[in-house]
Design a binder for this molecule. Structure first.
Ligand code: C6P
Length: 419
């Protein structure tokens, strides 16, 4: 039996009904440049099932109103839907309280919120913040900005050539000066799954807090914030089959209560006079102004969709898909995979001798295959590998083994044209 046949049989019989799932994502049946779309850019943004699209349409068609402000029926219905969505998120990530779930614009805003609010209150000259070499710019720049403002020092944990976090080096960097550790759960460029539970435990031993950037983890693996014992956890809806412009910041109740508000405005206040303003309770303290109401409702719908399929099944299926794609790409001359960690999520980054990643991306797009090329907002990581960028295929549970074959054939054609 060929490897592909084995993968397909195991996967089809034991894990997911991918054909049924695909029929629930309207965009997957469109053509691009005359070819059936093969969408392998899920790390940048995932596609949306009809269930999520319909929830957005239903909200604007029947329910649209502002929340937390009106006594009329529509406002109350919208408020209830938004607050129920918060509870759906709470259960999905295993948070203790729903008010520990803050709606934000996305991972980027969630991280900026903590860098700003925590940094302003707690960082002073000489304090240290630790990140890693594989962080996305969203988990680098906010820390650089606040460290510069406060005279704190940013330390970086190195990685090995396989793209794995070096625990010994991390332990060496941790000290009584460490105030906060900010680390990705899954690397968007390498696919590395970091040992975040251990990273959290070691930081806590030194009295430091930990923020986890979960943008690339939540769509692919089970996340339980209480089990991880992390202090803050950030992610975006659009990478987990929900809409753009909405995301989540989870924080432990006592830590969020201790922080000053992020922005001033409506909803985040209890009382306002010209002399003094008092602030609202969690979660509203961090949600100034009219939020992305439909975004909140739609993220909950995306979670219901994930739950219907089962995150464990998603993880198992994507594992098979990645293993198959990795085997196939390794057989092509001149291809080097960037990111070969023991534990990986469904990301396959690579370079090809004598070619530029963007040329590969452009040629295979003409054949209907969508991948991302470039530095993937991880420029320091590219410097670590001494490369300008990679081509990156990133998979979701609606991708098929046949699509991997189409991608591999398109890649072979591109290489033939370029080399
Ligand atoms: N990575 C990618 O193609 P936003 O833009 O706020 O939704 O997510 C930012 C972000 C933060 N951390 C990680 C690990 C990420 O992967 C991303 C987004 C996309 O890899 C777009 S750059």
């Amino acid at each position: 039996m060929t490897t592909k046949l084995r993968h397909v049989l195991e996967t089809k019989t034991n894990i997911l009904d991918v054909e049924l799932i695909r029929s629930e994502f309207p965009i997957l049946s469109r053509k691009v440049n005359g070819h059936p779309l093969v969408y392998l850019d899920n790390g940048a943004s995932s596609q949306k099932p009809q269930q999520v699209i319909s929830a957005i349409s239903k909200y604007y068609t029947y329910e649209n109103s502002n929340i937390h402000r009106g006594i009329h029926t529509l406002s109350q219905e919208a408020t209830n839907a938004y607050e129920e969505a918060r509870i759906t998120v709470q259960k999905f990530i295993g948070a203790e309280h729903s008010h520990e779930v803050i709606f934000t614009e996305g991972t980027t805003e969630s991280i900026n919120l903590i860098a700003s609010c925590y940094g302003k209150k707690h960082l002073t000259s000489g304090d240290e913040v630790i990140i890693s070499t594989m962080e996305h710019h969203s988990n680098i720049v906010p820390w650089q900005m606040i460290c510069e403002e406060k005279g704190a020092v940013l330390k970086v944990v190195p990685i090995n050539d396989k793209g794995e976090f070096l625990m010994d080096e991390y332990e060496n960097l941790l000290s009584d000066k460490t105030k906060l550790v900010a680390i990705s759960h899954v690397s968007n460029t390498l696919g590395t799954i970091n040992p975040v539970k251990e990273i959290v435990a070691k930081a806590h031993q030194k009295g430091a807090l930990v923020l986890i950037d979960g943008a690339q983890a939540v769509p692919h693996t089970k996340v339980d914030v209480q089990e991880l014992d992390c202090d803050f956890y950030a992610f975006s809806a659009h990478k987990m089959f929900g809409p753009t412009g909405v995301g989540i910041l989870y924080g432990k109740e006592d830590l969020l209560n201790d922080l000053p508000p992020y922005q001033g405005g409506g909803d985040m206040i209890k009382t306002v006079t010209f002399e003094k303003t008092t602030y609202n309770e969690l979660p509203h303290k961090f949600e100034a102004g009219t939020p992305n109401i439909v975004g909140g409702i739609a993220i909950a719908e995306a979670i219901k969709y994930i739950n219907k399929i089962g995150i464990d099944k998603i993880e198992a299926y994507e594992h098979e898909l990645l293993a198959y794609a990795t085997e196939q790409i390794q057989q092509i001359d001149g291809v080097k995979i960037i990111g070969e960690a023991e534990k990986k999520a469904s990301v396959l980054s690579f370079i090809v001798d004598g070619t530029h990643p963007s040329d590969i991306g452009m040629i295979i797009d003409k054949l209907g295959v969508a991948i991302r090329t470039g530095h993937h907002c991880t420029e320091p990581l590219m410097n670590r590998f001494n490369i300008p960028g990679t081509a990156r295929a990133s998979f979701a549970f609606y991708n098929t083994f046949e699509e991997v074959d189409i991608f591999i054939n398109a890649l072979k054609k591109a290489i033939k044209m370029l080399v």
